[in-house]
Design a protein around this ligand. Structure first.
Ligand code: IPM
Ligand code: MG
Length: 342
């Protein structure tokens, strides 16, 4: 039976990179695709970023592929206005996807595209494991004319389950990143991560790193990290920073897992409204997200590896989109990768 995939193109460059991803899938096998409006596009149609129908469709799919959401059209400081990002949070939470995996592996062909010197990034191969449905993203918010607050909460159970994902993904070491010198949630985080480690994963090396220091080390010595385990907000920030090790945020895919239903696969970058509609978007993070979907969502390892090696091959042969300092547009980049699929 064909795998059923819900596609959520979203906004900005989202539809422009989803179309090539659909082409890519059609080269790889039989997939049953069902597209739904999402984010700002869904707000325009239905007044909400995620309808019950779309969430139900996601729940009954084998995997969900998402491009990007948001744009100036829906930016508002009015706390009551619907926001495209609510769709993202709704689908992450609605599917129970607490574990967001963001692999960062600069390709040799792109060493010189990174703003960091080649010697710094050579050999970097790390994984950011970001807790995705807790913390300040999901806490209570208040707002008056003169004051606002966002509540950050973590429970022991939420920390335990994400810590296990990180330790299981590591072959030798985990750096747990927190702000335990300031935040109570971080002190609980540190305590629980240490307990899970001692009880179940003593063969893995664990270190605790304060987030400001982690941000510094990520650019000064990225090769010292293997798995970075962290909470929702720190993971958001550190993964954008880590993306630059690969030359561009246009290169980084992500997988969100952990529920009992389908996983969600999406590039780390956003909807880039500034370049939307120009055919200039880099589709590679989207292609690499398709690869993660094939591997982790559909257990199609051979197809996943084929996509990754087609992307590597295209870059090695000189493909450079604008974000990587070249001239190639979306269509050209797509062709360069699809031609290598054989
Ligand atoms: C990400 C994005 C989202 C997040 C935004 C669009 C709300 O930055 O997936 O990293 O902060 O989680
Ligand atoms: Mg982010």
């Amino acid at each position: 039976m064909a795998h059923r995939i819900v596609t959520l193109p979203g906004d900005g460059i989202g539809p422009e990179i989803m179309a090539p991803a659909v082409d890519l899938l059609s080269r790889l096998g039989e997939f049953e695709l069902q597209e739904h409006p999402f984010g700002g596009a869904s707000i325009d149609l239905y007044g909400t970023a995620l309808t019950g129908e779309t969430l139900a469709a996601c729940r009954s799919a084998d995997a969900v592929l998402l491009a990007a959401v948001g744009g100036p059209k829906w930016d508002s400081t009015d706390p009551g206005a619907p926001r495209p990002e609510q769709g993202l949070f709704g689908v992450r939470e609605g599917l129970g996807l607490f574990a967001n995996l963001r692999p960062v592996r600069p390709l040799p062909a792109l060493y010189d595209a990174s703003p960091l010197r080649r010697e710094r990034i050579e050999g970097t191969d790390l994984l950011v494991v970001r807790e995705l449905i807790g913390g300040i993203y999901f806490g209570e918010r208040t707002r008056t004319a003169d004051a606002a607050s966002d509540l950050c909460t973590y429970t022991r159970a939420e920390i335990e389950r994400i810590a296990r994902v990180a330790f299981e993904a590591a072959s030798s070491r985990v750096a747990s990143v927190d702000k335990a010198n300031v935040m109570e949630t971080s002190r609980l985080w540190r305590e629980v991560v240490s307990e899970v480690h001692a009880r179940e994963f003593a063969h893995i090396e664990l270190e605790h790193v304060l987030v400001d220091n982690a941000a510094m080390q990520l650019v000064s010595q990225p090769t010292r990290f293997e798995v970075i385990l962290t909470e929702n907000l720190f993971g958001d920030i550190l993964s954008d920073e880590a993306a630059m090790l690969t030359g561009s945020i246009g290169m980084l895919p992500s997988a969100s897992l952990g529920g009992d239903g389908p996983g969600l696969f999406e590039p780390v970058h956003g909807s880039a409204p500034d370049i939307a509609g120009q055919g200039a978007a880099n589709p590679l993070a989207m292609f690499l997200s398709v690869a993660l979907m094939l591997r982790h969502g559909l257990s199609l390892e051979d197809e996943a590896a084929a996509v990754e090696s087609a992307v590597d091959g295209a870059l090695a042969a000189g493909l450079r989109t604008r974000d990587l300092g070249g001239e190639a547009g979306t269509a050209e980049a797509t062709r360069a990768v699809l031609d290598r699929l054989g």
